[in-house]
Design a protein around this ligand. Structure first.
Ligand SMILES: [Zn+2]
Length: 379
């Protein structure tokens, strides 16, 4: 009798632990993968982006879907479906939508200086051509007041707008001359000033342009005169083309989405940002006119203007290989207190291979400010 009772208790115990085990297993097996997406699911037209760039973090599981480039050559929303697996082997799929938008303003070709004689009207739009990256219709208008009957110099703007509302504004001058010839202007030259940085490098400011150890510097402390620059420098172009080849050999594609920016263009951009986000916010990601590195003709923005670019194959490749071509990741992560700018995984500055290799520092980038011992702060 006693033995039978013991046997029953043992069997009951075994069954109970089996049931508890099964319930526990079912509970864990159905645990959901936690996926945190990046906040901004809008991407620029023709940007280089993959289906995994939108994932900030995956917890309690992993992604099964392979990384693939997304076609961003059509505007509108796109569905992306990814497969995940939790730690206990259960698969689940999640779908989210991204929106491809046209954020690139139209390009415009025009004459910067138009001249005519009093009383002789000319068509101001005659030599203007405008293109848009998405092949949308572009409207061009002239902004400002002028009078063909009255001699003088009129500062006017061409305003080109595409159908997505992106706008390009370019200044031009209309000179209405009297029949007399105008007098030549005299150049004023500023004296050079030299200084030594905290790290002992020699600096010189010539006609408003500062070089430290021979390297042109444009940041929040050092500015450029408004007439400085007229395109990317030949060295920068050559180095970029070499780098593009290197990327191609690795199966990747890199494109310049923003290269040289004139003082006037930066002035317009910066003022638009200030109007939209306020001065404090704008100063974190955009330079005041004269302070933009894009005016040096040695800085390029590549492929994307989203922080998620760091997760793309191109972003990773650039961060690890750009130095071999003479480019540096100019605004590294967590460098805002040094460079004055937020992390920009897309912005590269040409400094030559020797200095770029030093600053690459085996993967933990050193900024120009730290290396030379200079500041980047507005007065
Ligand atoms: Zn940039």
């Amino acid at each position: 009798m006693k033995r039978k009772k013991v046997k029953r208790i043992v069997i009951f115990g075994l069954c109970l632990s089996l049931v508890i085990g099964l319930i526990t297993w079912l509970y864990f097996y159905h645990q959901k993968v936690e996926v945190i997406l990046v906040k901004d699911l809008t991407v620029p037209y023709q940007s280089s982006i993959t289906n995994l760039s939108f994932i900030e973090k995956v917890q309690k599981g992993k992604i099964l879907t392979k990384e693939e480039t997304i076609d961003t050559t059509k505007l509108g929303t796109k569905k992306i479906t990814l497969t995940f697996q939790n730690q206990y082997g259960r698969k689940e799929t999640k779908t989210f939508e991204i929106t491809v938008v046209d954020t690139i303003p139209p390009e415009i070709k025009f004459q910067e200086n138009l001249t005519t004689i009093e009383g002789n009207e000319i068509d101001l739009l005659k030599d203007v051509t405008a293109y848009d990256d998405v092949d949308q219709e572009v409207k061009v208008l002239v902004e400002g007041t002028y009078d063909f009957q009255k001699s003088g110099t009129y500062s006017l703007s061409y305003v080109a707008k595409d159908q997505s509302g992106n706008e390009t504004r370019k200044k031009f001058t209309l000179t209405v001359e009297k029949k007399k010839a105008s007098q030549p202007n005299t150049n004023t030259t500023q004296p050079d000033t030299t200084f030594t940085t905290k790290k002992g490098f020699q600096g010189i400011t010539k006609n408003g342009v500062t070089y430290i150890d021979g390297v042109l510097i444009a940041n929040k402390t050092y500015s450029l005169p408004s007439n400085y620059g007229n395109g990317l420098t030949q060295d920068t172009m050559n180095a970029f083309n070499e780098m593009k080849k290197g990327a191609q050999d690795a199966g990747l594609n890199i494109e310049i989405i923003s290269g040289f920016r004139s003082y006037n263009k930066q002035n317009t951009l910066y003022n638009n940002y200030v109007a939209r986000d306020g001065k404090v916010a704008a100063d974190r990601y955009s330079a005041r006119p004269g302070h933009s590195e894009h005016q040096t003709g040695m800085a390029v923005d590549i492929n994307s203007l989203y922080t998620s670019f760091e997760n793309t194959a191109e972003g990773k490749w650039l961060s690890n290989n750009s130095y071999q071509y003479g480019f540096i990741l100019r605004y590294p992560k967590d460098g805002e207190s040094i460079t004055g700018y937020m992390y920009e995984p897309w912005h590269f500055r040409y400094v030559g291979k020797e200095l770029a290799t030093k600053l690459y520092n085996n993967g933990s980038w050193i900024t120009l400010e730290e290396y030379f011992g200079i500041t980047s702060q507005y007065e």
